[in-house]
Design a protein around this ligand. Sequence first.
Ligand code: SAH
Length: 228
Amino acid sequence: MSFAASVLTLYPEMFPGALGLSLAGRALGGGTWSLEAVQIRDFATDRHRTVDDTPAGGGAGMVMRADVLARAIDSTAPQGDPRPRLLMSPRGRPLAQARVRELASGPGVVVVCGRFEGVDQRLIEARDLEEVSIGDYILSGGEPAALVLLDAIVRLLPGVMGNEQSGEEESFEHGLLEHPHYTRPQEFEGQPIPEVLVSGNHAKIAAWRRGQAERLTRERRPDLLGKA
Ligand code: SAH
């Protein structure tokens, strides 16, 4: 069964975007996953096809209407659709590899992309949306965040990465950042490749890589160490 992604957006032209190329694009073409970009505006009912309105209580910006989004969600993922419903949101749980793995092992995702100041809170609760953040910064819309999320998921789908093993050794998979990489030329601007890597001693190489991964993680992301 192929992984089915539905993205609700005011800019369906942004999809598949970068996901139409490289590994993800090949997998999309080959049917390993599918992508449906749903225009939220198609679910507006007034003459101007309004999707947003001014914030209750006043203040700057606009808020996406609950009723329009609810119709878009109900049409895309009717009751009984087993896919988790996500809302890209800077207030969400920060996306991490463990959640990416869970999502990749499921039937697919329904992803709502916010715009303006965000979406009416009642919609988030009524449709039980899981808020997902891709980091502590503000994007102008949820679309780039959805592309990031889907890229991370799709590369884990069976058969997408040529060398399955290369998925297991990445940063975060073992609670550590990955070790540094080197390739030819043997010497670059006076710097040789670390000797152990050209020694042919696989046990020593593995130990060196593990040590480097631990050192980098300690220096850069000590917060990860407790979880390892
Ligand atoms: N006013 C909001 C930000 C709205 S940004 C606040 O201060 O929290 C507009 C939309 O971009 C959001 O609804 C969300 O869908 C998306 N977005 C912005 N930053 C994001 C992030 N870090 N992760 C995921 N989605 C994000």
